[in-house]
Design a protein around this ligand. Sequence first.
Ligand code: FES
Ligand code: FES
Length: 154
Amino acid sequence: MKKEILNFKVNGTPYEIEVEPQMTLNEVLREQLNLTGTKISCAEGECGACTVLVDGKPELSCSMLALAARDKDITTIEGLAKDGELHKIQKGFIEKGAIQCGFCSPGMMLMIKALLDENPNPTKEEITAYIAGNLCRCTGYVKIIDAAKAAAEA
Ligand code: FES
Ligand code: FES
C-alpha cells in the first residue's frame, strides 16, 4: 500500500515521516520512533495500556490510525519528565509504590495527567472513575489512586 506523509509533534518534537496508511499510532510510536514506553497489551481497545495524550486528551493508540494524528500534539510517557526531572505523577507512583510489573503504568500516568490538567484536585472517587478503563492486574489500584492524590497535592 502506498505510504503517506505524516506530520505531527511527539513530546514537543516535530516529525515528518512516511507511514503505511493502515498503521496504528501505537505501531508508529513504538516501531518507527522507537518510543517503546507506550505499551501494547490487548491491542483491541479494552485495557488502556497504550494510552497517550493527543492534544492533551487521552486516546488509545492501539485503536487510532497514525494518520489521524496528523497536525496533532502527542504526549507519550517519554515526554513527562522535563530537564532530567521526573513529573510529579511519576514521583507519586514511586513514593506510593504504585508500580509492580509496570505494564499499565505509562498509560495510567498519562490518564492521570489528563485528569489533573482538567481537575487539579480530584477526589479519590473521581480518580477511580477516571481511570476505570485502565486495567492493572497487579496493584489492586489503591496505590495508584494514592499516587494520583499525592501528585495532585504536590
Ligand atoms: S493495548 Fe490499547 S487498549 Fe489495550
Ligand atoms: S503494575 Fe502490573 S498491570 Fe499494573
